[in-house]
Design a protein around this ligand. Structure first.
Ligand code: SF4
Length: 486
């Protein structure tokens, strides 16, 4: 069942903390099996593509450099982009937040007097809750990406930025199609080919009747005013070419300077996202052309917290993300609980650093402020990221801010952390604490594990074991050694 967003201003995040969300998801064996199969397949394909690309590290380096340059020159590049989109016959709008972006898009659609629009898969429109905004005003926004369609018809939330229905298996998809498709188009089996053909028939009618389409973009080129969508099915291209009106809602961080820069992402993105050497469909469009494609093109440039993130010297690196999803596929936490546990449009390691920053959520009691704690800090996300975002360092910094704001101060965990920091701050107190080490060894089991400790440390041992303390502490070993050397 689709969870509800808690605030009117932030469809980006909803209600629960990661802790509650993960508790709910981790008990779902079917979900875990679906996730394991899908992420393992994508990961091995991605690893094979990276290994066979001789200049993979140079490409990553180039991708990282282009994104950092673009973020450093964002204002200039956006002005250049606006001038070129306008010169090509497009209309540029600037939206400070979700409400403004939705209102601009709705005004355009209302002027064309339609009650249905088709959509290309887009994270930006999820971030602003466009479908729900339109539905409240009597307009149905139809997702045309197959996985997004499954999620939409199942009244569900996407679980992954590239593979939104990663948590569903084919029999679940068959049931969703059976419940939603018209007579004569209901699937008779869960054969993937049949399911795809049924979805195709359902969508074909939507494409042919749609007057307005809504998309995001993978990148925007400042020096030409061109926008791109990379996809696997061709449904996005139908939306981009058949309707009379195209509205693209794009985060401002998607701008890059030149066509040549786009070459790098054409190599990096499909390899990192789906393990393909190239996207089957890469569409580019530049303004409007009489008699060819949409005759009215609107570009809505979305801020929605991005300029605040940009002002942060460390955290701004999150804006370099190209939404490939590779960090999710490798993350041991994501792979165990899936995207719904994060309770945010952006799940996984990138979501854990992007969502709290976009929302400015560092305060105690804010569910988004807990997201940076949803990580083992193993560093795998950094190793796999095609644009070298140092996610672990940003996680640690956001944790620091959260702790400084007093997050968790009333909990057992907060009390335990406070107590241990007091002990470690003083050599004398640490020495006194070492006197308790033999007691720790006494309560350890035969394998050298302590599985149960009293409150407040019980909040740790409830889910993890503590190793038995060594027979000699480091400080004692050091002082013995120093004495021997004298
Ligand atoms: S943070 Fe890196 S690996 Fe994760 S989605 Fe973004 S670009 Fe991909």
């Amino acid at each position: 069942m689709r969870p509800q967003s808690t605030t009117e201003t932030s469809p980006l995040q909803w209600g629960e903390t990661f802790r509650d969300g993960s508790r709910r998801m981790v008990g779902n064996d079917q979900l875990r099996a679906n996730l394991r199969n899908a992420t393992e397949t994508i990961r091995s394909k991605r690893d094979a593509r990276a290994a066979e690309t001789q200049n993979w590290e140079e490409l990553r380096h180039a991708g990282a450099a282009i994104k950092r340059y673009s973020l450093d020159h964002l204002a200039d590049l956006l002005e250049e982009l606006e001038a070129n989109v306008t010169a090509n016959g497009g209309i540029v709008h600037w939206a400070r937040d979700a409400h403004e972006a939705n209102a601009i898009a709705y005004d355009i659609v209302a002027r064309h007097q339609v009650d249905e629009v088709v959509k290309v898969k887009s994270m930006a429109t999820q971030e602003i809750g466009l479908n729900e905004y339109f539905a409240d005003r009597g307009i149905q926004a139809v997702e045309t990406d197959l996985a997004e369609l499954i999620v939409q018809l199942g009244n569900d939330h996407p679980s992954h930025v590239v593979v939104p229905a990663i948590h569903r298996n084919r029999s679940e998809v068959r049931d969703i199609f059976t419940d939603n498709f018209e007579d004569g188009n209901r699937p008779s089996s869960d054969d993937p080919r049949e399911l795809t053909m049924r979805a195709r028939t359902h969508l074909r009618e939507k494409f042919l009747n749609a007057k307005v389409a809504i998309s995001g973009a993978n990148s925007m080129i400042a020096d030409t005013g061109a926008l791109s969508v990379y996809e696997s099915e061709g449904n996005g291209r139908m939306c981009l070419t058949l309707p009379e009106v195209l509205i693209s809602i794009v985060g401002i961080e998607k701008v890059i300077p030149t066509w040549q820069d786009a070459e790098v992402f054409t190599e990096l993105l499909p390899r990192s996202a789906t393990g393909e050497p190239m996207n089957p469909y890469t569409s580019w469009w530049t303004g409007v052309t009489p008699g060819d494609g949409p005759q009215e093109f609107h570009l809505i440039l979305l801020d929605n917290g991005r300029t605040t993130v940009l002002a942060d010297p460390l955290g701004r690196d999150a804006l370099a993300c190209i939404r490939c999803g590779a960090c999710m596929n490798i993350c041991p936490v994501y792979r165990m609980v899936g995207g719904h546990a994060y309770n945010s449009v952006y799940p996984g390691p990138i979501g854990a650093i992007l969502t709290p920053q976009l929302l400015g959520a560092f305060e105690d009691g804010d569910p988004s402020a807990t997201l940076p704690f949803a990580s083992t800090l193993c560093g795998a996300c950094y190793d796999v990221c095609p644009v070298k975002i140092d996610i672990p360092s940003i996680l640690v910094e956001l944790r620091r801010r959260s702790v400084e704001s007093g997050a968790g101060s009333g909990s057992g965990w907060g009390t335990a952390m406070k107590a241990s920091s007091e002990v470690m701050r003083s050599g004398r107190r640490l020495g006194a604490a070492e006197a308790l080490l033999p007691l720790g060894r006494a309560v350890a089991d035969k394998e050298g594990r302590i599985t149960q400790l009293p409150w407040p440390v019980s909040s740790w041992t409830k889910s993890r074991d503590v190793p038995s303390p060594p027979t000699e502490s480091f400080r004692r070993w050091m002082s013995r050694r120093e004495k021997a050397e004298r």
